[in-house]
Design a protein around this ligand. Structure first.
Ligand code: XMP
Length: 513
């Protein structure tokens, strides 16, 4: 088992960011619920523990509190924000509501440069605060080693016990030297090496897959998206011919997508691939359906049917592989105001029914998205696939308003192709979250040469986002928008008008549906 740092999650919106920062230091790191019993934590043999921030107040009636045994594990501890208040609460300090909420940038001044957290850091640097309560008396055995304008206990330490507390957030970008503080904690204080690399992950995952699967066969639903593609590559590396991928064409894919998946995985990587063309079935069931929820339901249900029938034809598999990621499996802390809880319930469609009689193989379930991409690169997947923008499971159906017909799919596919091509050509494609075309089923009048036209409208949607939960429209250069618009109107039959969507999310959504 790799050396690991354990983060106890007290509900901070930044908990996963801390984990990613630690992993960027090439140290494995897992997130555990705040109330995990100390003996279970001890079994993980953590090289260090981090107590995350959180929205609660330590003296609130239902404040999330850890097992006090964590203070006796002998492992180094780093409390961040709420984590520091926990030191105060459990170890004889005092926590009080701050006179004013400290929120935003602050200047940290180091008082004791021998504190190992500050190795290689200047005497003063910028930090990011976000807290109401503050420590007003240090816990027993601790002493302050750095201050801010508002807090004389901005950083506290108990060097003998290797307990450290940061009142600010080292994990966010607004604390530019924060990653060095975390690196000092994991390497300098906890003594972790730098072994957690994607190469290391791949070697370990390959071994684990072989141990789990033995000589049995595995089925994987390949969507052409990043997660299932990387999972397929990893499984193929581990078990070769024992893997069969199923790729369902629901008739709602983008131009050349079905061909490119077959090209990359079937021909190039020689992965066993079953191509199920169910275009006709999906489009038949979608006929005359205009309600967005109904469309989604039909697509979800039909997908399951087609996929299940395909697995029966493959026959002998005992395992089903899925590209589940770490953020899907972290139990979110049920504290009011924890946005992680919201994110989890979002768009959980396209999943497979629980009653499928397979055992699950989920080789990516310890990874964050950026790590999955790095694994994909390491395994030799093409850049266009590894860095492609998100594409929703129900495909073009959520980008054709009203009824989905083969003719409309064709129009949108052609327009979408131009958008992607121009975005890539100009270098913008990989800089932003999503860029796509939407087909509006309204016709308006235009002129083409000497002829009057009466055709559809295409809306362009280009947004930037961190996680799809909020988004802003991207201010692309006019020249690029002009080129896209001209090409769509000239090259796509059935379209005579192009509009630009300049709404942010919220209140609009990214997809139009
Ligand atoms: P909205 O439209 O809700 O989308 O702002 C947020 C993000 O989720 C994607 N999306 C989906 N992804 N299945 C998916 O796998 C879906 O049904 C689905 N609907 C929306 C959307 O593309 C955006 O990135």
């Amino acid at each position: 088992m790799s050396e690991q740092i354990v983060i106890l999650d007290f509900g901070s919106q930044y908990t996963q960011v801390i984990a990613r920062r630690i992993r960027e230091c090439k140290v494995f790191c897992s997130i555990q619920p705040f109330d995990t019993p100390a003996r279970e934590l001890a079994a993980l043999r953590p090289k260090g523990l981090i107590l995350s921030g959180g929205p609660a107040s330590v003296y609130a009636p239902k404040a999330p509190l850890p097992d006090p045994g964590i203070f006796k594990l002998g492992a180094p501890l780093l409390g961040i924000c709420y984590g520091v208040q926990l030191f105060g609460h459990f170890l004889g300090g005092k926590v009080e509501p701050g006179q004013k909420r400290e929120y935003g940038k602050g200047a940290l001044t180091v008082k004791d440069a021998t504190c190992p957290l500050f190795q290689g850091l200047p005497e003063s640097f910028q930090v990011w605060n976000s807290h109401g309560d503050k420590l007003t008396r240090q816990p027993r055995g601790f002493r302050p080693v750095a201050i801010t304008e508002n807090s004389e206990y901005a950083v506290i330490e108990n060097r003998a016990k290797r307990f450290y507390g940061l009142q600010f957030h080292p994990e966010v970008v607004h604390t530019p030297r924060g990653k060095e503080i975390l690196a000092n904690f994991v390497h300098g204080i906890c003594g972790c090496g730098s072994e957690w690399t994607m190469r290391h992950f791949i070697d370990q995952a390959v071994e684990e897959i072989r141990a789990q699967v033995g000589h049995e066969h595995v089925i994987l639903g390949l969507s052409g998206g990043v997660d299932s593609s990387v999972a397929a590559m990893l499984l193929h590396k581990a078990i070769g011919e024992q893997l069969t991928c199923i790729f369902v064409n629901n008739g709602l894919l983008r131009a050349r997508e079905a061909e490119s998946v077959q090209e990359v995985f079937g021909r190039n990587f020689q992965i066993k691939l079953r191509y199920e063309d169910a275009t006709e079935l999906f489009l038949r069931r979608l006929r005359k359906v205009t309600d967005p929820e109904k469309k989604r339901k039909i697509i979800g249900k039909t997908f399951i049917e087609v996929f299940q029938a395909a697995t029966r034809r493959v026959g002998h598999a005992k395992f089903l592989a899925q590209g589940t990621l770490y953020p899907d499996v972290i139990e979110s802390v049920p504290i009011a105001g924890n946005p992680a809880a919201l994110i989890k319930s979002h768009h959980n469609v396209g999943g497979l029914p629980k009653n499928m009689k397979f055992k699950l193989v989920e080789p990516l379930k310890g990874l964050f998205k950026d790590e999955v991409r790095r694994v994909g690169e390491e395994l030799g997947l093409p850049k266009e696939l590894v860095w492609r923008q998100p594409f929703p499971g129900p495909g073009l159906a959520v980008r054709i308003l009203g009824e989905v017909t083969p003719a409309r799919c064709e129009i949108l596919r052609n327009a979408d192709w131009i958008v992607v091509e121009e975005m890539k050509q100009s270098g913008w494609y990989y800089k932003i979250w999503q860029s796509f075309a939407v087909l509006l089923p309204v016709r308006s009048v235009g002129v083409m040469g000497d002829e009057r036209t009466y055709d559809y409208t295409i809306a362009l949607r280009m947004v930037d986002s961190q996680d799809g939960m909020t988004a802003d429209w991207v201010k692309l250069p006019y020249e690029l928008l002009e080129k896209i618009s001209n090409r769509i109107i000239n090259e796509v039959k059935g379209v005579n008008r192009v509009c630009l969507d300049i709404s942010s999310k919220p209140p609009a959504t990214i997809e139009w549906e």
